[in-house]
Design a protein around this ligand. Structure first.
Ligand code: ACO
Length: 150
């Protein structure tokens, strides 16, 4: 999808490590880069899970650099007649271009993927400070996140 003359939204590619994918991810948490080989192996492993991992990026065409990325993981359940739930994860927009609606575009695209895939809902975990962003994207608060680090 062309978002304008200079921005292109597309699925992650197996060589996106060279377009600054890790720089963008580092706005979320520690994201040390993988070797090109390890990057491709991880990419192929996710791809082998058919119709489960959908990772998208927004690329600045002029610089060929990734400006934002996000993913939706589709989980199949036994309840709700083998219903599907989409889990949105790792929404990241490069600091320099935050506040320009790229995050919103990423969420809209992931939602559309979930809809086409047949998910009955899409859920995500976020920090309190990101609540206004997700509300603008049409989400509402429900439940609490729990975690246990291994
Ligand atoms: N507080 C209040 N409003 C906000 C905030 C905020 N922190 N962030 C965005 N908004 C509003 C914007 O003002 C805009 O509102 P408007 O339509 O009235 O103008 C709307 O939300 C859409 O904002 P975008 O411009 O699309 O936001 P952006 O491109 O900056 O992306 C994001 C938001 C993804 C949170 C980005 O700032 C970022 O990468 N932050 C660091 C990483 C992060 O926290 N990611 C989310 C983790 S949670 C998860 O991944 C499931």
């Amino acid at each position: 999808e062309q978002l304008g003359p200079d921005l292109h939204l597309r699925p992650l590619a197996s060589d996106d490590h060279k377009r600054g994918h890790f720089d963008v991810l580092s706005v979320l948490t520690a994201a040390p880069s993988l070797s090109p080989k390890a990057y491709k192996e991880n990419f192929d492993e996710l791809k082998a899970c058919a119709q489960t991992y959908f990772i998208i990026v927004i690329v600045d065409v002029a610089s060929d650099k990734i400006m934002g990325s996000g993913s939706v993981i589709v989980e199949r359940k036994f309840l709700r007649a083998a219903g599907l739930v989409g889990h949105i994860e790792d929404i990241a927009v490069s600091k320099a271009v935050q506040g320009k609606k790229l995050g919103l575009r990423i969420i809209n695209a992931l939602e559309e993927i979930g809809r086409v895939r047949g998910c009955y809902k899409i859920i995500l975990d976020c920090s309190e400070k990101n609540i206004p962003f997700y509300e603008k994207c049409g989400f509402k608060h429900k439940e609490f996140e729990m975690v246990r680090y291994m």
